[in-house]
Ligand binder design. Structure first.
Ligand SMILES: Nc1nc2c(ncn2[C@@H]2O[C@H](COP(=O)(O)OP(=O)(O)O)[C@@H](O)[C@H]2O)c(=O)[nH]1
Ligand SMILES: [Mg+2]
Length: 218
């Protein structure tokens, strides 16, 4: 079903965060791992900017997500700055203490952290640190291996097994923003963690149409 998504704010300071609203889903991972692409693929829309230049997202970008027929957003998605590139490491580590760590620790409506990893490369130290950190603060989180379309089918299982061992997780969802693989499974996880329900198309009244058949001048 179609969803509406709207950019709300880019925050590089706690004071820029929008007031806590509906359940929020955070997308985390290395620069260039495919965070913005996963967001766009879930939404079926190009709301999040993607780039082949690492380290473009310096702040937390907040997006309001709404299903048709709803007066207010059902969810927020947040696209977090990527880690893992030396060039942006110093700036990011300042940002980590200033607004990223406070966001992850204190945001009251943060319902799920989606930690994106790349199954095309060996497990990265930054990914391990992030998973340990999220476990340590008790945030629900799920690991998603994206860009799965780039891994040959006989490489995928061994790669997922290495990631599971390195990250200390029993399950990893596979995803491809290019093919849409894993999209339904990830939406299912999001709904499970947030209680967000798509409106039932049978019971959702369509918006009033002033030019509907009954009122159309003859
Ligand atoms: N083949 C393939 N490429 C992808 C996929 N997801 C992202 N990319 C590419 O990887 C690059 C970085 O993606 P982006 O979403 O901007 O990464 P971010 O920095 O984590 O937000 C872009 O060139 C994307 O086109 C995917 O599932 N498959
Ligand atoms: Mg991005």
């Amino acid at each position: 079903m179609k969803v509406f998504a709207q950019f709300v704010a880019a925050a590089t300071d706690v004071s820029h965060f929008p007031a806590p609203g509906p359940p929020e889903i955070a997308f985390l991972g290395r620069s260039n791992v495919g965070k913005s692409s996963v967001i766009n693929s879930l939404l079926g829309n190009k709301v999040a900017r993607t780039s082949s230049t690492p380290g473009r997202t310096r702040g937390i970008n907040f997006y309001a997500i709404r299903w048709p027929g709803r007066p207010r957003p059902d969810l927020f998605f947040t696209d977090l700055p990527g880690y893992g590139y030396a060039k942006v490491a110093r700036e990011l580590s300042a940002g980590w203490h200033k607004f990223i760590e406070p966001y992850l620790k204190q945001r009251p409506n943060l319902a799920l952290c989606i930690s994106l990893v790349d199954p095309n490369i060996p497990p990265q130290p930054g990914d391990q640190q992030l998973c340990e950190f999220l476990r340590g603060i008790g945030r629900p989180h799920v690991v998603v291996a994206t860009k799965a379309d780039r891994v040959s089918s006989n490489q995928l299982q061994p790669s997922l097994q290495r990631l599971k061992e390195a990250l200390g997780t029993e399950s990893i969802l596979t995803y491809s923003a290019r093919t849409g693989q894993g999209r339904d499974a990830l939406w299912k996880q999001i709904r499970k963690c947030t209680g967000a329900q798509e409106p039932d198309p049978e019971t959702t009244a369509p918006p009033a149409d002033p030019y509907g058949d009954a009122s159309r001048p003859s």
